[in-house]
Design a protein around this ligand. Structure first.
Ligand code: FMN
Length: 325
């Protein structure tokens, strides 16, 4: 448990933002497994300023039982603050703002946004200050070790954002160049919490309870973000929580995974309509069946044949019959 500005965060397991995945349906689903807060997919400041319909849809969501932050990306303090003010007018359910300082995708970095911001630590501080002044809400940042191949910029960026009054720092200890591959450099952020006087959250290859415990022990962080490891495995969140609360851990079983997968599908359909939801869901649904018998064929069918909810039910029924034989 820790405080994010004035907000009480009741679990130290956080749902990491993932563009194309952590829409409001996904966030609602994971909230029920005990995450402390959730963040939207990254939202373009200029998209909001120009009134882009799709961009605005990312900022439209209902209130959950836990805080929700909007993650903004952009390259200027002024425009990011303007965008945050637009969000303030659009949605009273926003609890805080997060600034994306880690995205390694060239489309974003070539504009000077995402991980490119880390080239300019002072600008990182100015951004935090500007959004706080504009919204009077807590502001968090999500950073990497550095932009490009740099693995040291985080130190200066952390100093600047703390001086600017940041309310929480999340770090993914890979350089931008490393994208999502290889092991995170935990050795470079060992004991990092000693230099961070606001809550510190760490992210990177959290696939098991042991991964989470180790990442927190090495860094001294207040919490851990679950990203790819939680896709199709919501019990990972419950189990990390259970571990820290000295409760028994759950094991995955097929019926339960099918139930989770159908529930998330229903939430996506409510959010996006059946057609778009089921196509988006192809890549997510398969993850619920990793490691189950004969799941290779099931996953192949889910990733190619899923167009409607009834397709989904039929494919699952056929798989169940096949494995009973
Ligand atoms: C598909 C995908 C989309 C992502 N989108 C975002 C994003 O919009 N904002 C962000 O700050 N991080 C984003 N991330 C980074 C994750 O939040 C997380 O820090 C990263 O995946 C490392 O954690 P992991 O190794 O446990 O997956 C994304 C990651 C993935 C795989």
């Amino acid at each position: 448990m820790f405080k994010l500005g004035n907000l009480e965060i009741k679990s130290n397991i956080i749902l990491a933002p993932m563009a194309g995945i952590t829409s409001s349906a996904y966030r609602e689903f994971y909230a029920s497994f005990g995450v402390g807060y959730v963040v939207t997919e990254m939202v373009s400041d200029m998209g909001l300023i120009y009134g882009n319909k799709e961009t605005k849809s990312y900022v439209t969501f209902e209130r959950l039982d836990i805080p929700t932050g909007v993650q903004l990306f952009g390259n200027s303090a002024e425009n990011l603050a303007k965008a945050a003010l637009i969000c303030e007018k659009m949605n009273p359910n926003i609890d805080f703002y997060d600034v994306n300082m880690g995205c390694p995708v060239p489309k974003v970095t070539k504009t000077g946004a995402g991980s490119s911001l880390m080239n300019n630590p002072k600008l990182c501080g100015d951004i935090v200050r500007a959004i706080k002044e504009a919204t009077h809400k807590p502001v968090t940042v999500k950073i990497r070790l550095g932009s490009g191949n740099n693995k040291a910029q985080f130190k200066e960026v952390i100093k600047e954002v703390i001086a600017a009054g940041v309310d929480l720092i999340a770090i993914h200890p890979r350089s931008a160049k490393e994208m999502y591959g290889g092991q995170p450099h935990w050795e470079l952020v060992k004991d990092l919490k000693k230099n961070v006087n606001v809550p510190l959250i760490v992210s990177g290859n959290i696939y098991t309870v042991e991964d989470a415990v180790r990442a927190m022990e090495i860094t001294g962080a207040d919490g851990v973000m679950v990203a790819r490891g939680g896709v199709g495995n919501p019990l990972l969140v419950s189990n990390i929580n259970n571990y820290f609360n000295n409760k028994e851990l759950f094991t995955n079983n097929l019926d339960q995974q099918i139930g989770f997968c159908l529930e998330l599908a229903r939430l996506f359909i409510e959010e996006k309509g059946e057609n778009v939801a089921m196509r988006t869901y192809r890549g997510i649904a398969t993850k619920f069946f990793d490691g189950f018998p004969k799941s290779k064929q099931l996953k192949c069918r889910l990733s190619t044949e899923l167009n409607t909810y009834s397709d989904f039910l039929r494919i699952i029924e056929e798989y169940k019959k096949e494995i009973e034989i």
